[in-house]
Design a protein around this ligand. Structure first.
Ligand SMILES: NC(=O)c1ccc[n+]([C@@H]2O[C@H](COP(=O)([O-])OP(=O)(O)OC[C@H]3O[C@@H](n4cnc5c(N)ncnc54)[C@H](OP(=O)(O)O)[C@@H]3O)[C@@H](O)[C@H]2O)c1
Length: 391
């Protein structure tokens, strides 16, 4: 009778790594050596390409124009391109006239801000825009006509029926070679639909009631300056909001419309239906600005056509790409702007049944609006296009 040894856990490159035995008397020991061949540089490269979100596109290197490169979102786009190792040969930063000649940094190298005409002449493979709605309406068609695909962060093109509104986890597969201007949704909508999608597929959403708690970074650089100036007791800084924002809460984001809602609220209603490809989903929103900087938070109440199991909801969400479940309230674990800051994922917690109504769920959803709400989503669209051979 032989006693077998499970001896070898791992041998890498011919080096003995870890080893354990259970010696007994009259026992014969067999040690099985499995020696892995060291990977060749070519083998390693193929491994990296196969495992890259860019597939074979990782082999290309390309010029990328970032229009609005000096702004809050533009700065984050540069960071995200670097962190995700997007294959960039050259950054072409574009901003308003007052910034031409300034330097922006990408991977330790300085690039000079140019005007849009020079940027078009330099023929970038793609232009990622975050320069506001009116700049986008004026400039995006000029890039598109020159054959340069545009991924735009402003609201200019989102509800144009001829333009796609894309959140990669939900509908990237609808992008085709004909799409020359692709819209990035509103930040508060992006984080909500990433969480809604797997739940809609499983239980069919009837209605969503959402209240947001949005960071001042959503309004741009000038708003962050207003918050910190107020906090420092300096009243001389230009006001972006009609009221004080520090130590305050404003039930008002973007302009008021004739129906009493704000434009931000109606963006959440209309963009959600367009991205999900389902006009039957009823959405009502109250969007609120609060004096935080790390990200947007949302209390989301979802009524489904079918009943659900809470454990299954947690499992579905934790298996969803780009979603992290943080739901252990007894240990004070739940998503917060301060912990989502600088992260690419959407965080969800406080997962519980709405006990006042059948088939209804309450969630708390947080994401960094400058990341998944803007820069990361735009770069993920570019990654998808590269992988699909559209760049
Ligand atoms: N902040 C967010 O959470 C968020 C989320 C989603 C989408 N967005 C959208 O992204 C866009 C930018 O937002 P932000 O927060 O980054 O604003 P921001 O900090 O004010 O930056 C605006 C950028 O646009 C540039 N710009 C302005 N006019 C231009 C022109 N005519 N030509 C070229 N560049 C021009 C500015 O250049 P200068 O420095 O030269 O002025 C700056 O680089 C907006 O459309 C916003 O709605 C923002």
């Amino acid at each position: 009778m032989y006693k077998w040894i499970t001896a070898l856990r791992q041998i890498k490159f011919g080096v003995f790594h870890k080893f354990s035995t259970f010696p007994r008397s009259r026992t014969k020991f067999y040690i099985i050596f499995v020696v892995q061949k060291p990977p060749t540089p070519e083998g390693l490269q193929i491994f990296h390409i196969n495992n890259s979100p860019l597939g074979l596109g990782a082999l290309k290197k390309m010029k990328i124009a970032v229009v609005g490169a000096t702004g809050l979102v533009g700065t984050e786009i540069l960071k995200v391109l670097a962190e995700r190792n997007f294959p960039v040969s050259e950054i072409i930063p574009v901003a308003s006239e007052k910034s031409i000649g300034k330097q922006v940094e990408f991977k330790g190298k300085q690039f000079t801000v140019v005007g849009y005409e020079d940027a078009i002449k330099m023929k970038p493979a793609v232009a990622i825009f975050s320069a506001g709605g009116s700049s986008s309406l004026a400039l995006a068609p000029l890039f598109a006509e020159a054959g340069i695909p545009v991924i735009d962060n402003s609201s200019a093109w989102r509800m144009d029926p001829t333009k796609k509104l894309i959140v990669p986890e939900v509908n990237a597969n609808t992008i085709t070679a004909e799409d020359k201007i692709i819209a990035n949704p509103n930040c508060s909508t992006i984080q909500m639909v990433v969480v809604m999608k797997p739940l809609h597929d499983k239980y069919k959403i009837k209605r969503v009631v959402v209240s947001t708690y949005q960071s001042v970074t959503g309004t741009g650089k000038a708003a962050v300056d207003q918050l910190f100036a107020e906090r420092a007791g300096d009243d001389s800084v230009a006001k972006v909001y009609p009221h004080k924002i520090d130590l305050n809460v404003l039930p008002h984001i973007d302009v008021f419309l004739d129906n009493g809602y704000t434009k931000e609220e109606m963006k959440m209603v209309n963009e959600t239906k367009k991205i999900m490809g389902d006009d039957s989903i009823a959405v009502t929103a109250t969007t609120v600005r609060i004096p935080t900087v790390g990200g947007h938070s949302e209390a989301v109440n979802i009524e489904f056509e079918n009943d659900f199991d809470l454990d299954e909801v947690r499992r579905l969400l934790s298996e969803t790409e780009g979603v992290i479940v943080q739901d252990d309230p007894k240990n004070f674990v739940y998503p917060m702007p301060i912990t989502s800051h600088g992260k690419d994922e959407v965080f969800v917690g406080r997962i519980r049944r709405d006990e006042s109504q059948a088939n209804t769920l309450n969630l708390w959803v947080v994401a960094d609006n400058l990341r998944k709400g803007a820069a990361t989503n735009a770069v993920q669209i570019a990654e998808y296009m590269l992988k699909a051979n559209l760049l």
